[in-house]
Design a protein around this ligand. Structure first.
Ligand SMILES: [Zn+2]
Ligand SMILES: [Zn+2]
Length: 467
């Protein structure tokens, strides 16, 4: 069965040109100058007037994550279906080892949640919540046998996921040997917990105090410390997740300028939302935007600096850190105590659109849009060139994007399992038109054609950014 995406403008990380894309089964077989594809009984997807891009890759999601006394509200079923609606055809979720648990058990539990339930292809990073001799051995095994080549450590959340500097150094040394990437949640959680207790003792219980007790300095300090620890581990590759603040970005930029193996991602919430406007909303409303790292102040230069970082590649990737909790009964666990509000924002459905709006607003080029949402995540996490590019031999994960369309983001129309939207009322000057995953049509004509169980587990190789 062949399929031809015809009449569109193909956008990739390296350029934009009119081309027809021929798909055979699950794979792209060729790109042709417009109208030059060989005749055949192709199913035709008309992309006239539209962009044709590789399917989005969201390298940071948390489906069904147990956190803060509850579970992230999207299952692999609902979350990957929402991802497909939004033009994301691969997710890399975080399997979890909690402190005291065996790494392989945590991984098996994650496979059990995901297998047979995903609408799009999926891979895993591994969260290490307890770095010890067994965990270090498990790292080698996961890289060699399980297709898991990246490990997330936490400088935050003492007692839950936290690793001390010695544990971090040991994991980094091991990664330097086995070729893995260390992903870091860079916030000084020990100091943050002091500020949280002091705030609560003063009676400061509203959601905005979540942000005020996680100041920029403690993200910048942890980012700096992670970079220096990686240096001690003979320049272990380091990837800073959900970078939110100008001063943290400056640390990454300085390390990169010095030629270090340091990379970073940001998320749409840090490009569009603020401490005052969202987290500081009246009453308990701000709980919707409690996430860590927190939203930053609009009175500082974070948005401007992060967009600039995306242009200059000091920020290489945009992921969502999709970790949705409903307002009712979930966010409400923190009524009267902001420290009990489950941390997380849902956005897996909106990343491709929100970053396209950056193109419309003149902040990114079309090519950079595709690079940050698809091509670089594929290269960074060992999925390239199977994913992240429209080229012969690559999986036929294809999004037709309509620049003449419009998208209004709302809880009324989104597909995530959330009772609110972090971006309620946002207008995007573009629209996801058609979505293919390995040659199967998931979304077309505003209708969903995908199915639970279509998505397959992807064994990843090593990052192609490392020698
Ligand atoms: Zn994190
Ligand atoms: Zn996360």
């Amino acid at each position: 069965m062949t399929l031809l995406v015809s009449g569109g403008t193909v956008v990739g990380a390296t350029g934009t040109h009119p081309a027809d894309v021929l798909v055979d089964g699950e794979t792209i077989v060729a790109l042709y100058a417009p109208g030059r594809a060989p005749d055949g009984d192709h199913r035709v997807v008309d992309a006239t007037g539209k962009y044709v891009i590789p399917g989005g890759i969201d390298a940071h999601t948390h489906m069904e994550l147990p956190f803060g006394g509850t579970n992230a509200s999207d299952t692999f079923d609902t979350g990957t279906r929402a991802a497909a609606y939004g033009g994301t055809t691969t997710i890399v979720d975080f399997a979890v080892q909690r402190t005291g648990e065996v790494v392989q058990d945590g991984l098996a539990a994650w496979h059990a949640k995901a297998e047979g339930n995903c609408h799009v292809d999926y891979a895993f990073h591994m969260i290490l919540g307890g770095v010890d001799d067994d965990a270090l051995k498990a790292m080698d095994m996961l890289v060699a046998e399980e297709g898991i080549s990246s490990f997330k450590l936490f400088m935050a959340y003492p007692g839950v996921f936290y690793s001390d500097d010695g544990q971090i150094l040991r994991a980094m040394q091991r990664a330097r040997e086995n070729g893995a990437m260390i992903m870091m949640h860079a916030e000084n959680g020990i100091a943050i917990d002091v500020l949280v207790q002091q705030a609560l003792a003063r009676g400061e219980t509203a959601p905005i105090h979540h942000g005020l007790t996680r100041p920029e300095a403690l993200e910048a300090e942890a980012t700096h410390r992670a970079i220096r620890l990686a240096e001690v581990a003979r320049d272990c590759p380091l990837y800073i997740v959900h970078l939110s603040a100008s001063q943290a970005l400056a640390q990454v930029a300085a390390a990169r300028h010095a030629g270090r193996n340091v990379f970073a991602e940001t998320c749409p919430q840090y490009l569009y939302l603020t401490l005052e406007d969202q987290l500081g909303a009246p009453g308990f409303e701000g709980a919707k935007w409690v996430c860590s790292t927190p939203l930053r102040s609009r009175h500082e230069s974070h948005h401007r600096d992060l967009w600039q970082g995306l242009r200059s590649n000091d920020l290489a990737v945009v992921s969502t850190d999709h970790c949705p909790f409903c307002f009712k009964d979930q966010k409400e666990l923190g009524l009267g105590d902001f420290s009990k509000i489950p941390n997380g924002i849902g956005g897996v459905e909106h990343r491709v659109d929100l970053l396209y709006q950056g193109v419309v607003d003149g902040r990114l080029t079309l090519e950079r849009w595709v690079e940050t949402i698809a091509t670089t995540p594929a290269r960074m996490f060992g999925l390239y060139p199977r994913k992240g590019v429209l080229a012969p031999g690559s999986d036929a994960d294809i999004v037709v994007y309509d620049p003449a369309g419009r998208t209004t983001i709302s809880v009324q129309t989104h597909h995530m399992n959330m009772d609110h939207s972090a971006y309620e009322g946002y207008e995007i000057a573009g629209r996801v038109d058609t979505v293919l995953s390995r040659g199967s049509v998931l979304v077309a004509d505003g209708t969903y054609h995908g199915r639970r169980g279509h998505g397959r587990y992807l064994r990843r190789g090593l990052s192609t950014y490392l020698s």
